[in-house]
Design a protein around this ligand. Structure first.
Ligand code: HEC
Length: 103
């Protein structure tokens, strides 16, 4: 009985840990619809001098950048407006999707 409890608890903890650490790329792809107009549907910008391409960015870098635009640490009015209403989960999901975009 105790052994079963330990197995169950460990399983639940593993599930919980996975859901906090990793974004859901499929959900992020849906959110990315609002971003593709500037950054390119596949992360390759049509006007990279104005709007940087995101393809090739790591999940960690994308997450940091989005959080810094939201907080104002990175000062850009366009990106501040784009990130203002994103939840932490949205940011994780977007970063996971961006990391799937290849150059
Ligand atoms: C209206 C155009 C526009 C839209 C829409 C837009 N962005 Fe941006 N984005 C920019 C511009 C311009 C920059 C560069 C800002 C700067 O100089 O820091 C940028 C920068 C970024 C960067 C940093 C890139 C780097 O190389 O450091 C990320 C990540 C990013 N945007 C993600 C997003 C996401 C996610 C969305 C959708 C929620 C989005 N953007 C929507 C224009 C846009």
């Amino acid at each position: 009985m105790n052994k079963l409890m330990i197995v169950l608890t460990t399983g639940l903890l593993a599930v919980a840990a996975t859901s906090v650490s990793a974004g859901d790329a499929a959900a992020g792809k849906a959110k990315y619809a609002a971003c593709g107009g500037c950054h390119g549907a596949n992360g390759v910008s049509a006007a990279p001098d104005t709007n940087p391409s995101l393809a090739g960015m790591s999940e960690a870098d994308a997450k940091t950048a989005i959080m810094e635009y939201k907080s104002g640490k990175r000062d850009n009015a366009t990106m501040k407006a784009m990130t203002a209403s994103l939840s932490d989960a949205d940011i994780d999901n977007l970063a996971a999707h961006i990391a799937t975009l290849k150059k």
